[in-house]
Design a protein. Structure first.
Length: 201
C-alpha cells in the first residue's frame, strides 16, 4: 500500500474518476448527499455505464499491476484508445438492453434512445453507425500500431458480431436472447482480446 502515497496527480485522477462517475449515476437514490442522478437521464445512461465498465477493466488492472512492480501508471495513446474502444462497445450493448426495457422505460417516462426516437432509428441511426465507427477506428489504430493480420482479425470478430446482433434487434426477441447474446458479446470480446494479446507473445 505504500505505493498509493507516491501516486502522481494523473494517477489519482484516473483512480478516483470512475467511482465518482458511478456515484453520480445513482445519485440520491442511495447517496442523499449527492443531488445529481445521471441514471434518470435516459440518453446519457448507457454512456455512463460504459464509462464505468471501461474504467474498471481498462485502467484498474494495469494500474494495480504497475503498483506491484513499483512503477507509475502512464496514460498512453494505446491506453486511451483501449479505454475509448471498451467505452463505446459497452455503451452500444447498454443501448441494446434499453430495447429490451422499452415498455417499462416508456411507462416510467425514462427518455432512452429507443423511447425518444423509436426502434428503427435507434438501430440504424445510433447502434449501427456507432459500431461501424468503432470498427473503422480499430482498423486505423491497428494500422498505426503495425498489428499483424491475425491480431486484427481476432479484434474484429466482436465488432462484426456486434453489427450482426444490432441489426437483428429490429425483430422482437425473447428475454433470454437479450441476456445470453448481449452479455455473451462482452465475454466474446474479452476472449478475443486475450487471444490477440497472447498471439504477439
Amino acid at each position: 500500500f505504500h505505493e498509493i502515497f507516491s501516486l502522481h496527480w494523473d494517477e489519482w485522477f484516473a483512480l478516483l474518476l470512475v467511482p465518482f462517475v458511478a456515484l453520480l449515476y445513482y445519485g440520491n437514490d442511495y447517496f442523499p448527499f449527492i443531488r445529481i442522478n445521471l441514471r434518470k437521464s435516459g440518453w446519457l445512461k448507457p454512456f455512463i455505464i460504459g464509462f464505468v465498465w471501461a474504467g474498471a477493466v481498462t485502467i484498474y488492472p494495469v494500474m494495480f499491476y504497475k503498483w506491484q512492480i513499483n512503477e507509475h501508471y502512464q496514460i498512453t495513446v494505446e491506453s486511451v484508445w483501449l479505454f475509448s474502444k471498451n467505452w463505446m462497445f459497452v455503451s452500444v450493448l447498454c443501448i441494446m438492453f434499453d430495447i429490451k426495457d422499452y415498455a417499462d422505460d416508456y411507462n416510467k417516462h425514462l427518455k432512452t434512445f429507443v423511447v425518444r426516437v423509436g426502434l428503427r432509428k435507434t438501430i440504424f441511426s445510433i447502434l449501427l453507425p456507432l459500431t461501424a465507427i468503432g470498427l473503422v477506428s480499430l482498423w486505423i489504430f491497428a494500422a498505426l500500431m503495425h498489428f499483424d493480420l491475425p491480431r486484427i482479425l481476432f479484434n474484429t470478430i466482436p465488432f462484426a458480431c456486434l453489427l450482426w446482433v444490432a441489426y437483428s434487434m429490429h425483430r422482437r426477441k425473447p428475454i433470454l436472447y437479450y441476456l445470453i447474446v448481449i452479455d455473451g458479446l462482452m465475454l466474446l470480446k474479452a476472449l478475443c482480446g486475450i487471444v490477440a494479446s497472447l498471439w504477439i507473445r
